[in-house]
Design a protein around this ligand. Structure first.
Ligand code: SAH
Ligand code: SF4
Ligand code: F3S
Length: 450
């Protein structure tokens, strides 16, 4: 039995897919990378922007069409994740032939349901039920079930989801609707998972959550003890864990105690992804982001003082309803002041069911694109400057994989999350190397082992 898994969206979705894959492997399935010869196809989807949904629907349409040519009724086609949650049964009306629709809190049922239907179809020689199985209910224990990894597949760097859902209500964002309210995993279960990964060879963990630094705060609000900081300190003590990253923190929960960790915890990498969204206070307010540009820039300043070599990335939305050229210029100014060396810049996409979808999407596509390009150009300059400054320095890199272009090169990341390519044998994967940086482009470093 073979399963093909395709994932769209954020790291949390990638992590959910790993969990799904582990469930299949536990049941004796094999993972494959060809949807046409698979017995089950699982598409784990994202709804964050219109385009993300279009891509997933396009993919589903293709697999349904390819199935028609096979004649054995296979593969079973399952859609899960945020779009499954968001659109539910409607998906089977848009793409006829989808068999299973499981919401973002039902991903732990994917393998079981696919197998059940696979056996049914095999036994009845290709006949299938006309109606799709749809389950988009909440499952109160779902956050405790994202803890599986494929044992034989330990990687140097691993993701660990520490919570599910989101408790914020940014006016543009569909995530609280698709992922539901925030639920943090019990600390002990997270630590067990990290310890298991470390024992299997993982050296770097990235803790994941939509508002990762609000870990444990769903009940007590901002003033409760800093459960996230305490978790970080415990993870840092686990044998074998030499690097920690996390994503995405929210500026509203970026406490001084968390900033201090950058100075105190040697395992915490000098890299932070801090979503800014806009530099205009008027727009931030409309976005329902509970901080203003001044507070944002203060956090950035404190982080740079705590860790002068820190690399920073961000998310920005351009073309939010009513965003004027002045508003945009404030975003550009803050973006440059913070000197982000990595960024994801998104064109605003209205999402049905969100607050801002009630506002008129009044910035033209052309204008959104123009603003996007302006920020991309600032980003190019900032990224290049960051990488240029590394030339001549010696950096510790954790070798992750052979370089795609081969040539006896390995790819590893510096503590700043910058990709470096260097010559070393494949047995070096999972190990740390000290490398001297020789060349730099916007996105990568050329280096040699010293
Ligand atoms: N939880 C994270 C991000 C989740 S979504 C955070 O709060 O930072 C990833 C990014 O997608 C967001 O940071 C935002 O920049 C972008 N995004 C979300 N909704 C969007 C929309 N409707 N249109 C365009 N970009 C959007
Ligand atoms: Fe969306 Fe805001 Fe939650 Fe991030 S914090 S997932 S942008 S609602
Ligand atoms: Fe997309 Fe869902 Fe992540 S909407 S960004 S996959 S939480």
């Amino acid at each position: 039995m073979k399963v093909y898994l395709r994932t769209y969206g954020c790291q949390m979705n990638v992590r959910d897919s790993e969990n799904i894959a582990a469930d299949f492997v536990e049941r004796g399935w094999e993972l494959c990378d060809d949807a046409k010869s698979a017995d089950a196809v699982v598409v784990n989807t994202c709804s964050v922007r219109e385009q993300a949904e279009q891509k997933a629907l396009g993919k589903l349409w293709h697999v349904v069409n390819d199935r028609k040519e096979r004649g054995d009724g296979l593969p079973v086609i399952c859609v899960t994740g945020c779009m499954a949650q968001n659109l539910g049964e409607q998906i089977s009306k848009v793409v006829r032939g989808v068999d299973i629709i499981l919401g973002a809190r039902q991903t732990h049922k994917v393998a079981e349901e696919c197998e059940r239907l696979f056996k049914d179809i095999s036994a009845k020689a290709g006949t299938r039920k006309r109606r799709a199985l749809v389950n988009i209910d909440d499952d109160l224990q779902s956050h405790r079930l994202i803890n599986k990894h494929i044992a034989a597949q330990t990687r140097p760097c691993a993701f660990v989801s520490i919570m599910q859902g989101c408790q914020m209500n940014c006016s543009y964002c569909i995530v609280p609707k698709t992922r539901g309210v925030q639920r943090s995993r019990p600390e002990g279960e997270i630590l067990d998972e990290v310890a298991r990964l470390a024992a299997g060879g993982t050296r770097e963990v990235t803790l994941l959550g939509q508002v990762v630094n609000a870990f444990g705060k769903e009940a007590g609000g901002k003033n409760s003890a800093d459960a996230f900081v305490s978790l970080l300190k415990k993870v840092a003590k686990i044998d074998g864990i030499e690097r920690i990253r996390f994503t995405s923190p929210h500026p509203a929960f970026f406490t001084d105690a968390l900033i201090d960790c950058y100075a105190e915890l040697k395992e915490l990498c000098p890299y932070v992804h801090l979503p800014m969204q806009s530099g205009s206070d008027r727009i931030l307010k409309l976005m329902r982001r509970p901080y203003r540009s001044k507070q944002f820039s203060e956090i950035v300043g404190k982080l740079r003082r705590a860790r002068p070599d820190i690399s920073m990335s961000t998310d920005v939305i351009v073309g939010f309803p009513t965003e004027s050229p002045d508003d945009f210029n404030m975003t550009k100014a803050l973006f440059e002041e913070c000197a982000f060396d990595m960024a994801y810049i998104f064109k605003y996409s209205p999402r049905a069911g969100t607050l801002s979808a009630q506002m008129q999407d009044d910035i033209s596509d052309g204008e959104k694109e123009a603003r996007n390009q302006i920020l991309l150009e600032s980003l190019r300059v900032q990224s290049q400057a960051f990488n240029d400054a590394l030339i001549g320095t010696v950096q510790s890199v954790l070798a992750e994989a052979p370089a795609r272009r081969g040539a006896g090169l390995l790819m590893g990341r510096t503590p700043h999350h910058r990709k470096a390519f260097f010559k070393a044998g494949a047995d070096g994967i999972g190990k740390f190397f000290n490398v001297k940086i020789e060349t730099a482009t916007v996105s990568a470093l050329g280096a040699h082992v010293v």
